[in-house]
Design a protein around this ligand. Structure first.
Ligand SMILES: Cc1cc2nc3c(=O)[nH]c(=O)nc-3n(C[C@H](O)[C@H](O)[C@H](O)COP(=O)(O)OP(=O)(O)OC[C@H]3O[C@@H](n4cnc5c(N)ncnc54)[C@H](O)[C@@H]3O)c2cc1C
Length: 467
């Protein structure tokens, strides 16, 4: 519980109605998309940057933890208020402030929904490519804080490649601006990119300026069906090695296909061990050329069937399976846990093989899918948090998955962030010195450790062990 005096000061800053304290309200801010739960002491919903600055000054003075929150779709436990304190919801700051067609930029408040930004710019013939599958609900502030990716990032890059400038309220309450509308900018340290992916631990993002590009003229969607998962994984590497960069190159394994079909009956082949969902875009000529080359490679690598969308509706239909895949898998058991380990692209076949072996070794129901063209795979374990034995086996599965990924030259996370769940593995990837370098940055910007404490860097406890 926060002292009454602090609650009164919060009410004075944002208005009584924007400070939530009832148990029914607080529980709605106690979770994200992981099984981790912790209820905050209070939720504040500020209506301006000035109010956020005043909240941070108060919290810093009183040493109260603050967890910024967009839509709470985080997949690494990063949005959960582990140390209680205040959840700072950006929900009221949801305006597109400007779409600048002269400079090809958009300036946004943090709670603008990613999909709404995309729809708004596409009406003007412009394109904001980063497309997390959660784009119908996730916020641009959450995307920046996570460095979110998505299917199209293979060709177009992730959120970090589009953020040009930020307005950020620091832990002290001070307001800074980084970057701007210019395409080139090498003045001083690159603070913009320091805040991208900082998961709410270094500052509260209150305004974002992103780069836009022209909307591609044409695109083509294909679904390649494989009787063998290894063939599908090898095809991913073969396409990249042939110097073709499709817009998307998604792998969905047989387990996922069965769950998707049970959920939506989309006509995905039930007896397939894997499908690859491939999209190419560009000028009409370029799309035709790339489609032909992809068809050749896919067939040469053992695809037993290739479906080519004849129009936008058919393309949407092919995509629907991928879009509903998480929901289809998550509904099959009480608990679904997914990670997003990422390896150099040529190592995708090796990673997929090792994941299959691990699933057998630990006797787990595991689906394998993901942005295979990026080397970014999402092994998803369907389990039940009440089954202690299975949860222990799942933890061992992920523990080994992380070790194997690093052995293959990969990284713990390609887009979901470290958050809480992967913080204990940071030393495994970066060594003690690497983690200490990050801790030094954290302490320089947030000396009292009030911003999203315990995330990314396990605070004060190098002893924290992997799960
Ligand atoms: C079904 C599903 C599919 C998904 N698909 C993808 C995918 O394809 N690619 C991908 O990258 N992710 C994906 N995600 C994960 C998630 O949607 C992204 O991480 C997204 O960027 C989170 O946005 P959010 O608004 O929900 O942020 P939240 O969950 O509210 O917050 C995420 C983190 O950002 C911090 N934060 C939020 N807003 C701010 C702010 N204004 N300033 C500072 N810090 C802030 C929070 O403290 C937290 O640490 C998926 C999630 C689900 C549930």
């Amino acid at each position: 519980m926060l002292p009454v005096g602090i609650l009164k000061q919060l009410q004075a800053i944002v208005g009584r109605e924007h400070v939530l304290t009832s148990p029914e309200e607080l529980v709605c801010y106690s979770y994200d998309s992981t099984p981790v739960v912790s209820t905050p002491d209070a939720v504040v919903v500020p209506g301006s940057t000035q109010e956020i600055s005043e909240i941070m000054r108060l919290a810093n003075r009183e040493r109260v933890p603050v967890v910024p929150r967009g839509s709470g779709t985080d997949l690494s436990g990063g949005t959960v208020p582990l140390r209680k304190g205040i959840v700072l919801s950006t929900a009221r700051l949801n305006k597109i402030l400007e779409i600048d067609e002269q400079n090809l930029t958009a300036t946004l408040q943090p709670a603008v929904i990613t999909g709404q930004l995309q729809a708004a710019v596409e009406r003007l013939g412009l394109f904001y490519p980063p497309d997390p599958s959660s784009l119908g609900v996730s916020t641009i502030g959450g995307n920046v804080a996570e460095g979110a990716g998505g299917a199209r990032c293979l060709k177009y890059g992730t959120t970090k490649d589009y953020v040009l400038g930020l307005e950020v309220v620091l832990a002290s309450g001070d307001l800074i601006r980084t970057g701007g509308k210019t395409v080139k900018n090498v003045s001083g340290y690159n603070l913009t990119q320091l805040f991208v992916g900082s998961e709410g631990t270094l500052g509260v993002v209150t305004e974002v300026t992103v780069r836009l590009i022209p909307l591609p003229e044409a695109k083509q969607t294909l679904l390649a069906v494989f009787g063998d998962l290894d063939d599908a994984a090898r095809t991913v590497s073969a396409i990249i090695a042939a110097k073709i960069v499709p817009t998307t190159l998604e792998l969905i394994d047989g387990t996922s296909i069965k769950k998707i079909e049970a959920y939506r009956s989309l006509g995905y082949p039930l007896d397939a061990e894997a499908v690859l969902l491939i999209e190419v875009d560009g000028s009409e000529v370029e799309v035709q050329r790339q489609t032909g080359r992809v068809e050749d490679i896919v067939r040469a690598n053992g695809a037993r069937e290739l479906r080519v969308a004849r129009n936008g509706d058919e393309a949407d239909h092919l995509w629907l399976g991928r879009r509903v895949s998480f929901a289809a898998l998550a509904r099959s058991k009480p608990t679904a846990v997914t990670e997003d380990v990422t390896v150099p692209r040529a190592k995708v076949p090796a990673l997929v093989r090792r994941l299959k072996e691990l699933a057998r070794k630990y006797d787990l129901d595991v689906a394998i899918m993901g942005h295979a063209g990026d080397g970014n795979m999402h092994p998803l374990v369907m389990t039940d948090f009440r089954d202690k034995d299975e949860m222990a086996r799942m933890n061992k599965f992920f523990d080994e998955t992380f070790r194997i990924t690093l052995e293959l030259g990969g990284t713990l996370t390609g887009e979901h962030g470290i958050g809480l769940l992967k913080a204990p593995y940071m030393k495994m990837q970066f060594g003690k010195e690497g983690v200490e370098a990050m801790r030094a940055i954290k302490l320089a910007l947030d000396p009292n450790n009030i911003l999203n404490p315990g995330k990314i860097i396990p605070d004060g406890s190098d002893e924290t062990e992997p799960r």
